[in-house]
Design a protein around this ligand. Structure first.
Ligand code: CA
Length: 367
């Protein structure tokens, strides 16, 4: 990329209007025409996309469906993608293996599911007390995050793309109040990933249970608490009917990124225009899904509030600061045992520190 200094910037700004009218940015140049001619091909492709979501699952599965529709439209039918929900072709947690081996050409899910195969993967999904959706996208695109992600997934014969984000989640549903860190002792909570490790360190036990069993598990006291996503999805699951308190913030998932993974050989076979169409569609999912989450969570935040049956409560400050301290121990343990995790987290942490200072000035003061 051309280096921008003040002089260049002013010069560029001054000529941009003229450049547009001269067709420089409108695809009219000779060079552009030559490139386009080289890539147009009538070859048709039929691909499979496996996902970690139940079929057509609200927002997450819906955007996998939309992704395929947009690609169909943009490619004029030259790239057809058949979307499979979890268990329709392979079990949800075999998504990575299926794409890696070429059983399916692409997959949609979240990187933290692959922590068992590559510990560093979880830093591309969600980090407790980590960056929010906007910040993490800045790291991916301009802070070296995506390059590290590609480096990690190269060993699996995969190319990753950021492809959606849940935005900030909620802290979860509880039937007893959390007044101090002592209240976490003995607490059985459904909470996956790094957040689960923090709860365990605090004396609780992190339980993993399939989505379909969560409602009855909480209702019957098999678990004492659970976190799921945010007001929209949680309301659809009916947790507001069986829990008393809805805690915030979602310290463990401040902005969970979702991923598109593509089998490297399959991607490299595509003509360059179809490759670009995939990149554009993944980018559109990345923006639109977050907007959809934020909009529906706002609506359902009020819906739950206005129904008046449950109380929104903040975690006490000292509970959050203890979680934060324990999280550092969890992360240190991962990075000291895995060289790639160390490299990825060093980049993540540095970017987070800098962007947090910028947010302090620009965003927090504004809010
Ligand atoms: Ca969650």
């Amino acid at each position: 990329m051309k280096k921008i200094n003040r002089k260049n910037f002013i010069k560029t700004a001054a000529i941009s209007t003229a450049a547009v009218s001269a067709g420089i940015f409108t695809g009219c140049s000779t060079e552009q025409n030559n490139n386009s001619a080289a890539v147009i091909s009538n070859k048709h492709y039929e691909w499979k996309m496996v996902t970690t979501w139940p079929p057509h699952f609200p927002i997450l599965g819906e955007y996998a469906d939309k992704f395929a529709e947009w690609i169909d439209a943009m490619s004029q039918g030259r790239l057809k993608i058949h979307v499979y929900g979890g268990n329709e072709l392979v079990p949800p947690l075999e998504t990575l293996d299926a794409v890696s081996s070429g059983v399916a050409e692409m997959g949609h899910g979240a990187a933290y599911y692959w922590a068992g195969k590559a510990p560093a993967a979880q830093f591309f999904g969600s980090v407790p007390f980590g960056m929010n959706a906007v910040q993490v996208n800045a790291w991916f695109e301009f802070g070296g995050g995506l390059d590290l992600w590609k480096e990690l997934y190269n060993d699996f014969n995969l190319i990753p793309f950021p492809c959606g984000n849940t935005g900030g989640q909620m802290g979860g549903w509880f039937n007893k109040k959390i007044n101090s860190i002592q209240d976490i002792k003995g607490l059985k909570m459904r909470i996956p990933g790094l957040g689960g490790k923090v709860i365990t360190k605090a004396g609780g036990s992190a339980v993993l249970a399939p989505a379909g069993e969560l409602y009855t598990d909480l209702e019957r006291g098999v678990i004492d608490a659970l976190e799921w996503i945010g007001p929209y999805h949680d309301y659809l699951m009916g947790f507001n009917k069986i829990a008393k308190y809805y805690y915030y913030p979602g310290w463990h998932e401040p902005g969970s990124s979702l991923e598109l993974i593509i089998n490297k050989n399959a991607f490299e076979e595509l003509p360059s225009d179809l490759k670009e169409i995939i990149r554009v569609a993944a980018g559109k999912v990345n923006i639109s899904m977050l907007a959809d989450f934020e909009s529906k969570n706002t609506e359902y935040y009020y819906k739950i509030l206005n129904e008046g049956k449950i109380k929104y409560l903040p975690f006490p400050k000292d509970v959050l600061s203890t979680f934060k301290k324990l999280n550092k121990e969890v992360v240190d343990n991962i990075t000291s045992n895995d060289a790639m995790s160390k490299k990825v987290y060093a980049s993540y942490k540095k970017f987070q520190k800098n962007i947090s200072n910028w947010y302090e000035i620009a965003e927090r003061n504004y809010i």
